[in-house]
Design a protein around this ligand. Structure first.
Ligand SMILES: Cc1ncc(COP(=O)(O)O)c(C=O)c1O
Length: 380
């Protein structure tokens, strides 16, 4: 059976006419850098997420860097992040000369465990960066309370969680800055790179806007050292179309997650994704855990799926504190037991808005076949 990890072709074909018209419009306008389409998208995105300001930038990594630049993060500063995330979260801090400090995660949600943060705070700590991993909000209230108590910035890395809510409110505007990625496979994906920074504070938004455009408000009158990181108009036009369909895409992902839950339920060796009652999960990934003892483990399941042509992925096989870039210096961490355990046990199954029940049954059958064979082996 033909199954994709992410079906971008199917998603495009379902809105082809609308999408082609939007792209054509930009081509005819020849307004390729910023311009009215980008401004419209920014306004629609902010409205969708219930916040006052959104700025389109080059990608989700730049979004983090722009946030850090605007908050004057620099050498000597420390930033608390999870190590169970994509490299960009910590990379952007390191790029500013700051030190990433990795805190452990909650085993159920894979998100920063608020109970592990305070012990890592020093006089140098400047910010906490919770990541809403796999599409589920981190436990923001205790994180915001810790930040307030210690006078720290909070930057929400919402790259994987556009539209996810925390206590009924969309993520992205809880802290000082929220960042998004529009990498093609993201829930709201461009046809190239793209990202956004979200802020409640108008002055911070203006500062980020300047930083993303060579530190200038007015061309050739540069006030700050900035970078060139602008969302281009073609991507904005594509994203405007997709934003109109995002609720439907999210509902399709959530329905697919429910179907996987039903299909895979009842097996001790498989731990299904935890649904935090505080968050509306948007299932960027459907990530299960395979406990090592009852089966030959996660890597054997990955091999089993590969042999059957079933796409799957391990996000993330090596936590950031063990990557050469940080293992050899430049970062600090607390006890990361749950982070290491997650990295050894997680496996993400195909998840996208076009996934069909038949495809999911095929995937689930293969997963269950593996687990049941493992149980049998363990009991003989
Ligand atoms: C959690 C997280 N943060 C940051 C990024 C960086 O986004 P981008 O690839 O658009 O630079 C990504 C995605 O790639 C991500 O998953």
């Amino acid at each position: 059976m033909d199954i994709e990890m992410v079906d971008l072709r199917g998603q495009y074909l379902a809105v082809k006419e609308e999408m082609d018209a939007a792209i054509q419009e930009v081509l005819i306008s020849t307004h390729f850098i910023r311009g009215p389409v980008v401004a419209q998208f920014e306004e629609e995105l902010a409205t969708y997420l219930g916040g006052p300001h959104a700025l389109g930038v080059g990608n989700g990594t730049d979004a983090l860097q722009i946030a850090f630049m605007a908050l004057s993060l620099g050498p000597g500063d420390e930033v608390i992040t999870p190590a169970f995330t994509f490299i960009a979260t910590a990379e952007a801090a390191a790029l500013m000369g700051a030190t990433p400090v990795f805190a452990d995660i909650d085993a159920r949600t894979f998100n920063l465990d608020p109970a592990c943060i305070e012990a890592l705070i020093t006089p140098r700590t400047k910010a906490i960066v919770p990541v809403h991993l796999f599409g589920q909000a981190a436990d923001l209230n205790p994180i915001l309370a810790i930040a307030e108590k210690h006078g720290l910035y909070v930057i929400e890395d919402a790259a994987q969680a556009v539209g996810a809510t925390y206590k009924g409110k969309p993520t992205g505007y809880f802290g000082h800055v929220g960042t998004l990625s529009f990498f093609p496979s993201k829930n709201l994906g461009a046809y190239g790179d793209g990202g956004a920074v979200l802020a409640n504070d108008a002055a911070l938004h203006e500062r980020m806007k300047m930083i993303a455009n060579h530190g200038s408000k007015r061309k050739y009158f540069n006030e700050l050292v900035g970078i060139n990181s602008r969302l281009d108009a073609l991507q904005a036009a594509i994203l405007r179309v997709k934003l109109r369909h995002l609720d439907r895409y999210t509902e399709a992902r959530r329905a697919a997650a429910d179907r996987y839950d039903t299909l895979l339920d009842g097996h001790e060796a498989i731990i299904l994704p935890y649904r935090d009652p505080n968050s509306r999960h948007v299932f960027h990934q459907y990530t299960i855990r395979i406990s090592g003892d009852m089966t030959a483990g996660r890597d054997a399941l990955a091999d089993h799926l590969k042999a059957r042509g079933i796409p799957h992925a391990v996000y993330y096989p090596v936590p950031l504190h063990r990557l050469p870039v940080f293992a050899e210096g430049g970062a600090r961490h607390g006890d990361l037991t749950e982070t290491d355990r997650a990295a050894a046990e997680v496996l993400s199954l195909p998840m996208h808005s076009e996934l069909t029940p038949a495809q999911q049954e095929y995937v689930a059958e293969a997963v269950l076949g593996f687990v049941e064979a493992g149980v049998e082996k363990a009991t003989v």
